[in-house]
Design a protein around this ligand. Structure first.
Ligand code: BG6
Length: 493
């Protein structure tokens, strides 16, 4: 392993999202969000999206891990790990409970004042996502979510409100979390969490996705412009889920299919970084007869509102192959077109574990965008065992992070890729976005809570807590600290 250090200003930290940790879903004036009408599911099932709150179901995000009340103790633990930054999001429906309110909710704004102050007290830089799967539910029921152009204005008003309020507390922003997830338009979960959209009978989901995606990149571009006016020092980024799609073989058709898959997955960031639509997509949308609502003014906004950096999550890589009756566009449908990559293992949830894919991803994004990159999510969901003496020996998590950080270092130190920081998912255990499970754990800090919401909510430091603390302490030079049953540090704490 290389022992070279990373730049001194490298932002080590960890990430969460408001709806996955805060709880307090109806406290201090907060309105319902899309996350509040999603049930809990098993490991391989999809969460149900109910019409409003149905008393027959359990909604794990309602209480989540109670970060809303316990954040001072939690931030203290993050400071103990040595965090330089902490990525979280602002729950849109705490600020505008319905989304279309005239005035913001002062109690919601105050909460984030306190939270950011608490971070700054420990010199932890907040990194804030504006929209992380938590659109006000009222915007879904009244406007149909981002299928409606009006939602652009609601979003930009929300952005302006929080940019102004936290002008001197937050420098790093991200507009839409994993905006490109919805390329998997046949999956109800992604369109609903990202855009508040449910497909109606007879609708073409691909067209709906392209229209909503367009409104979102426009909303993002307008927000970037507003933010830069409010504080020219703001660094405002886009955020995509980076899963490189490899060709299954060296067959030219597979190569073309993988190329199209990458174009389709990353058109969102192409627009957010370049300020214009890629040519293939203009032709593709035209050929499909989508007839989207894209105005000249929109195109001007896109050109004027390009982002300062690109944030991305990295969990896994994908692979694809052309089908025997492939169309001439190599049209990509993520639900149908992925194949198994026999060279990489899978997690218990079927996610491909591919550390080298992170180096590949960093180089690919660097070659394509020539912008600073920020790894704002990376981690493994796993079942953790709490021992009788309140220890969690999560060697598998240490191994996953070690292997990925090593590849990040190779990309930075050998390949010259500029990476601003690294915020693994997740700082503390969270409610899983896709399954609603607590038992799909990601954190450095264990939360004593079960899938049904029972538990003491006590916090315990996992072995990975001490390991990551040492990684930060050595600025990434030493990834090999042994922590575990025989280690003194984890015994005495
Ligand atoms: C990303 C999201 O998709 O991956 C997070 O930004 C999410 O919100 C994370 O929690 C892990 O996914 P999951 O479904 O295992 O929680």
């Amino acid at each position: 392993m290389t022992t070279k250090q990373l730049p001194n200003d490298f932002l080590w930290g960890g990430a969460v999202a408001a709806h996955q940790v805060e709880g307090a879903y109806n406290v201090d004036g907060k309105g319902l969000s899309v996350a509040d009408v999603m049930t809990s599911a098993g490991t391989h099932d999809e969460r149900k999206i109910t019409k409003g709150i149905d008393p027959n179901y359990f909604y794990p995000n309602h209480n989540a891990v109670d970060f809303y009340h316990q954040y001072p103790e939690d931030i203290k633990l993050l400071a103990e790990m040595g965090f330089k930054c902490f990525r979280t999001s602002i729950a849109w429906s705490r600020i505008f409970p319905n989304g279309d309110d005239q005035e913001p909710n002062e109690a919601g704004l105050k909460f984030y004042d306190k939270l950011f102050d608490e971070c700054l007290k420990y010199n932890i830089e907040p990194v804030v996502t504006l929209s992380h799967f938590e659109m006000p539910y009222h915007l879904v029921t009244e406007y149909g979510g981002f299928r409606n152009r009006k939602v652009i204005d609601f979003f930009t008003k929300f952005a302006e409100t929080v940019f102004k309020r936290y002008r001197d507390k937050v420098k790093y922003w991200l507009t839409f979390n994993e905006i490109n997830n919805q390329i998997n338009y046949d999956r109800a979960f992604t369109l609903f969490t990202n855009s508040g959209i449910k497909i109606k009978p007879g609708e073409n989901p691909e067209k709906v996705m392209y229209q909503a995606g367009h409104y979102e990149v426009v909303a993002s571009a307008i927000a970037v412009q507003i933010g830069h006016k409010i504080n020219p020092d703001f660094e405002i980024g886009a955020m995509v889920a980076m899963s490189p799609v490899y060709p299954a073989t060296d067959k030219p058709e597979d190569i073309l299919k993988a190329q199209r898959a990458m174009q389709a997955r990353y058109w969102f960031s192409d627009v957010q970084v370049e300020g214009k639509y890629p040519s293939w997509l203009v032709n593709y949308q035209d050929a499909k007869g989508f007839d989207l609502d894209i105005t000249e003014k929109d195109l001007q906004e896109l050109a004027a509102g390009t982002v300062d950096y690109l944030g991305f999550s990295y969990y896994m890589s994908f692979a694809t192959a052309a089908s025997p009756n492939e169309d001439e566009y190599y049209s990509y449908n993520e639900t149908n077109d992925l194949v198994t990559n026999s060279y990489v293992p899978q997690s218990d949830w079927g996610w491909q574990v591919d550390p080298k894919g992170l180096r590949y991803a960093l180089n690919w994004l660097n070659d394509r965008y020539h912008l600073p990159l920020f790894i704002v999510e990376n981690g493994i969901g796993a079942i953790d065992q709490l021992t009788n003496d309140h220890k969690i020996h999560d060697q598998y998590r240490i191994k996953y992070l070690q292997d990925h950080i090593e590849q990040m270092k190779l990309a930075m130190l050998n390949d010259g890729v500029k990476v601003m920081g690294y915020t693994p998912w997740s700082a503390i255990d969270i409610v899983s976005a896709s399954t609603g499970q607590l038992s799909k754990r990601y954190g450095f800090i264990y939360v004593d809570e079960n899938d049904d919401g029972s538990g003491s909510l006590a916090r315990y430091k996992k072995d990975s807590f001490y390991w990551y603390q040492h990684v930060i302490e050595t600025n990434g030079a030493d990834l090999s600290k042994t922590v575990g049953e025989n280690d003194e540090a984890s015994q005495s704490n």
